[in-house]
Design a binder for this molecule. Structure first.
Ligand SMILES: O=c1ccn([C@@H]2O[C@H](COP(=O)(O)OP(=O)(O)O[C@H]3O[C@H](CO)[C@@H](O)[C@H](O)[C@H]3O)[C@@H](O)[C@H]2O)c(=O)[nH]1
Ligand SMILES: [Mn+2]
Length: 588
């Protein structure tokens, strides 16, 4: 592959670099003047006739806030130091039979907050990725242990037997049926004008409506206490099921190749902490080792569907590049949202992060892990390829007692697929039990890490510290589309969770400024520090700026130098004269 055409190219944004660095220089000069102005005031000889003491405290607080924000700004420059963009050439990938397998992990937890139809749309869009179906395995983790979700999976599997051939035949670009049939989707798909297409589209639409109706009907029935099973979201046994065909539609759709679809609900007990999404992803990681053990994993939130089927091949353009083979941990795609107003003035779309910061980090050691929409190499989560040399006792200490799991860590392991289901399921139940991780390194060094509620940030940080790199892929058409927060309550809860996760990291031994620089590039660790410290630095300094200057103004305490005092003087004199009708006399 060495001599062949490259699978991707990286463009360094030279113009942005020039602008960013020039701006940084000018801004630093401005900051230097500000610091000089403040320090010279604080250290000047106090005139006993002026009331210096009441000035001192507000000046000190404002100065401290300015220093804090200047520090944040300075650290932020690492993101702007070397932004890059990347182009991929999926058409240069090897033949389908040479492509590696991919496991898709989708997490859901509450069928009330995350409607089953929406979750199943994400599942269907992942099953419909443009990738050989026998190399794609879609796992749904249901932390709620809800029979509604399990039923939804079965219905989705039956509907997929109609939906996938339709998507493939007409090469649909939008493969979430809800988005496709909503007015929003106006793709120019192959053959979209023909009457055959229109008839088929209508037929599938009817099936889709039946699919939705069946989910609604079961939801209504299961909410009825008579059918209640006593299972709650926080207390339930594990349930793992490989979804198989039970429909009567076999005749027409028998030959359809469908990716394997697996429902996983881990055991949850109130006495054991479940570690939220990171815990769910670790269970999926272990269970999937037994079923498909694919070398690459795509992680998706249940509210983020695949808006473009080509993301898997795009990601493989990086993962299969021989230069990256041993160093690349994950390919991150941006999070884009379909439910946010175009006039969004609060940046709920996180444009700054996904259009500026991640491009900057990509020019260093790579973008941060962003929770959803990334293709990660499985071994990067299991301590790299060095595990081959570790003895069995130590491996069990890290990965737990399952011999089957340990076997799967070796590349040659051929996982069992459907035929021998009983043996497999017993092992997977052990792996999905809430006690399996006791006294192991899961969540501490292996898999997605638990040290912070922001599992994505912290896991990505640790991967970069271990020397792995990541790349950012941001094609014109959003590859994944999700729902962002649209009300104040959700926004505050989310913001609170993100901020507390970041603060947890900044005040731990993993503080990016201390733990990072010896383990990763200094600029990359500055980027991590910028994000980790920003809740604290903004919180403290904005409180000061929101109160002190206003109080000073009311009490006639000067905080800032008077800009161009002579011009002001002339202006006020001018106004004064004009008021008294002396304009011509004084300045004419
Ligand atoms: O105990 C839990 C809690 C959450 N989830 C799932 O995790 C995903 C993200 O949770 P959500 O409540 O939607 O959080 P957001 O703030 O919207 O998620 C952002 O922030 C998270 C980190 O806090 C990242 O993991 C996500 O990818 C990122 O989109 C959803 O699919 C949930 O179903 C679980 O599976 N189990
Ligand atoms: Mn979400």
């Amino acid at each position: 592959m060495e001599d062949s055409l490259p699978l991707h190219v990286c463009h360094v944004q030279t113009l942005s670099i020039f602008i960013n660095r020039s701006h940084a220089l000018l801004h630093s000069i401005g900051l230097a003047f500000l610091v000089y102005y403040r320090t010279s005031f604080l250290f000047q000889d106090q005139d006993p006739n002026t009331k210096a003491t009441p000035l001192f405290l507000p000046w000190l607080l404002v100065f401290a806030s300015e220093l804090l924000l200047s520090f944040t700004w300075l650290v932020d420059q690492a993101f702007r130091w070397r932004p890059v963009t990347r182009t991929v050439f999926p058409e240069r990938l090897p033949e389908d039979d040479k492509l590696p397998a991919i496991d898709v992990f989708i997490c859901t937890t509450d069928p009330d907050k995350e409607p089953t139809v929406e979750v199943m749309n994400t599942v269907l869009s992942a099953m419909a990725l443009d990738y050989p179906p026998e190399k794609l395995h879609v796992y749904l983790s249901d932390d709620g242990g809800s029979p509604i979700t399990l039923h939804g999976m079965k219905e989705a599997w039956s509907f997929a037997r109609w939906w996938l051939p339709f998507c493939r035949k007409y090469r649909l670009k939008t493969r979430s049926p809800e988005a496709y049939y909503s007015a929003v989707s106006k793709d120019d798909d192959e053959g979209s004008g023909s009457s055959e297409f229109m008839i088929e589209r209508q037929k599938i639409k009817e099936r889709y409506e039946m699919f939705k109706e069946s989910i609604r009907e079961v939801r209504g029935r299961l909410l009825d206490p008579v059918h209640g099973s006593g299972i709650t979201a926080r207390d339930h046994p594990s349930l793992i099921e490989v979804i198989q065909d039970k429909s009567n539609d076999r005749v027409q759709v028998d030959q359809v190749k469908t990716p394997l679809l697996i429902y996983v609900s881990r055991e949850k007990r109130p006495s054991h902490s479940h570690h939220f999404k990171a815990g769910a992803l670790n269970v999926l990681q272990r269970v999937s080792c037994m079923i498909s053990n694919s070398p690459y994993i795509l992680v998706l939130d249940c509210d983020m569907y695949c808006n473009d089927p080509t993301s898997a091949r795009r990601a493989m353009c990086f993962h299969l590049d021989s230069k990256f083979l041993h160093s690349l941990a994950f390919v991150q795609f941006p999070q884009r949202f379909h439910n946010i107003s175009k006039n969004d003035i609060y940046d709920s779309q996180l444009r700054c992060v996904f259009s500026v910061l991640w491009q900057g980090a990509d020019g260093l050691q790579g973008p941060f892990l962003s929770g959803t929409g990334f293709y990660i190499k499985r071994v990067s989560l299991c301590g790299g390829s060095s595990i081959q040399d570790i003895d069995l006792g130590e491996l069990k200490h890290s990965f737990g007692s399952s011999n089957e799991l340990i076997k799967s860590l070796h590349g040659s392991y051929k996982p069992y697929v459907i035929n021998d289901q009983y043996g497999l399921l017993e092992e997977t139940h052990l792996l999905a039990s809430c006690t399996y991780e006791n006294d192991t390194k899961w969540g501490k060094e292996v898999g997605f890490l638990y040290n912070s509620v922001l599992e994505d940030y912290f896991t990505g940080f640790t991967l970069h510290c271990k020397g792995w790199i990541s790349v950012y892929c941001d094609p014109l058409r959003p590859q994944f589309l999700g729902s962002g927060t649209t009300n104040l309550n959700d926004f505050l809860i989310q913001g609170m969770r993100w901020s507390s996760g970041l603060v947890e990291v900044s005040f731990s031994k993993f503080c990016p400024l201390i733990y990072g620089p010896t383990r990763m590039s200094i600029f990359e660790s500055l980027c991590y520090a910028q994000l980790a410290f920003h809740p604290i630095s903004y919180f403290l300094s904005l409180w000061c700026f929101a109160t002190i200057p206003q109080l000073c103004l009311l009490n006639d305490i000067p905080l800032y130098p008077k800009p161009f005092p002579n011009i002001y003087k002339r202006f006020f004199q001018l106004e004064d004269h004009s008021k008294h009708g002396e304009m011509n006399k004084g300045y004419g």
